[in-house]
Design a protein around this ligand. Structure first.
Ligand SMILES: Cc1cc2nc3c(=O)[nH]c(=O)nc-3n(C[C@H](O)[C@H](O)[C@H](O)COP(=O)(O)O)c2cc1C
Length: 359
């Protein structure tokens, strides 16, 4: 196993991840809170932050929503080590404008910036803005062409592109390539066309949280798809509840499950706006869990040792970046850094020592 294990967090762009009404975590998706959260994550040793993109709050139109790209630029200026990954839905921005924003944040961050292409599930967000919400597989055709334009412009290539959706003539962005060839490209999505896009055009695939055997199968599936260049790397989203004992963790899980049951209006609103063709919802519907993007279904609820062991199993399966969610976020993020991160270090060094003696 020569891939690293990196731990990241989801920024709280639309507040709580597991349950909206939580006395331990009042709703707060403000810039100030997110800035403090990311600065603290960086100080605690977290490696990356994903800033998801939504224009309207996807859970309730009256709730606040952090804007991903302006916030990512500001985070880039205020941090010094952590990787900043900004999500992007291609239909919201022309690829030339977006590539320019990405190269600017790359410069502000000194080479720590990444984009996460996501092909959208929230029909309302797109259609109510007067934009076209294409059907599922056509969104991927559009996204693939969009990404090919963005990728070449971010690399500083002089671009002449006459495609189905975009016509770009003799376009070149400067500065570009000051720190490395270009910002990193992640893709979040799970359907077969998402996997084709990952294999053909992404550096890293973000997988929704789910049981280990599913993740192993998904990784094998993407590795088998046609690809040129360096191998795909893999990331996994997961909601973590770690405690001294398994019983305490289960109690904390039950607390969040009970709170989440109060969010029936939010769930109905999200369901009404979701394109039924997206794979994410189908995956999420299969398992009881708390959190978004698969939540706890990867099995990261348990004692500190159990959670560390499960993460080590995901790492052995090929996961390089684990993207964590917590609730209440800040205290649980600190707890993970204090109790689980050192165990992960120990597990890794144990395995490193064990390997040569087996040879
Ligand atoms: C790690 C990860 C991050 C995501 N971030 C966002 C996001 O910021 N905004 C959004 O609208 N959807 C986001 N999504 C959801 C994708 O838009 C969703 O999976 C989309 O429907 C892709 O379709 P598919 O799963 O059918 O391929 C994310 C998904 C993953 C796995």
């Amino acid at each position: 196993m020569d891939h690293p294990l990196r731990i990241g967090i989801w920024a709280l762009v639309h507040g709580n991840r597991a349950a909206l009404h939580d006395p331990e975590e009042p709703y707060d998706a403000s810039w100030r809170r997110n800035r403090d959260l990311v600065l603290e994550a960086e100080a605690l040793g977290y490696d990356c932050v994903l800033v998801a993109q939504h224009t309207m709050n996807p859970h309730h139109p009256d709730l606040g929503q952090l804007e991903a790209w302006t916030a990512s630029a500001a985070l880039a200026a205020q941090t010094s080590r952590i990787e900043i990954i900004a999500a992007i839905k291609p239909m919201l921005y022309h690829p030339v404008a977006l590539a320019k924003m990405a190269t600017q944040i790359e410069e502000i961050s000194g080479g720590r910036f990444a984009i996460n292409l996501v092909n959208a599930w929230n029909r309302k967000e797109i259609e109510d803005a007067g934009l076209v919400f294409r059907e599922h597989d056509e969104r991927y055709a559009y996204g693939a062409e969009w990404l090919s334009v963005v990728e070449r412009l971010m690399r500083g290539e002089k671009l002449d592109h006459q495609g189905t959706y975009f016509q770009v003539k003799d376009y070149v962005l400067r500065p570009a390539g000051q720190f490395r060839s270009r910002p990193t490209i992640y893709v979040g999505g799970e359907s077969p066309p998402a996997r084709d896009l990952v294999a053909a055009q992404a550096d890293v695939w973000f997988i929704n949280g789910q049981p280990l055997e599913n993740v192993q199968a998904l990784i094998a599936d993407v590795r088998a798809r046609p690809r040129q260049g360096a191998p795909v790397r893999f990331g996994l989203s997961t909601f973590v509840i770690a405690r001294e004992t398994e019983a305490e963790a289960q109690q904390a899980y039950q607390r969040l499950l009970a709170l989440a049951k109060q969010d029936t209006d939010i769930k109905a609103y999200v369901k009404a706006n979701t394109d039924p063709a997206v794979a994410m919802r189908k995956t999420q519907a299969k398992y009881e869990s708390v959190g978004t993007n698969g939540g706890t279904s990867g099995g990261t609820v348990g004692s500190y040792d159990q959670v560390a062991e499960r993460i080590a199993q995901f790492h052995a399966a090929g996961i390089e970046t684990l993207l964590t969610q917590f609730q209440p976020f800040e205290p649980e993020m600190r707890r993970f850094a204090r109790h689980v991160m050192p165990r992960l270090e120990r597990l890794r060094s144990t395995r490193r020592v064990a390997a040569p003696s087996l040879a």
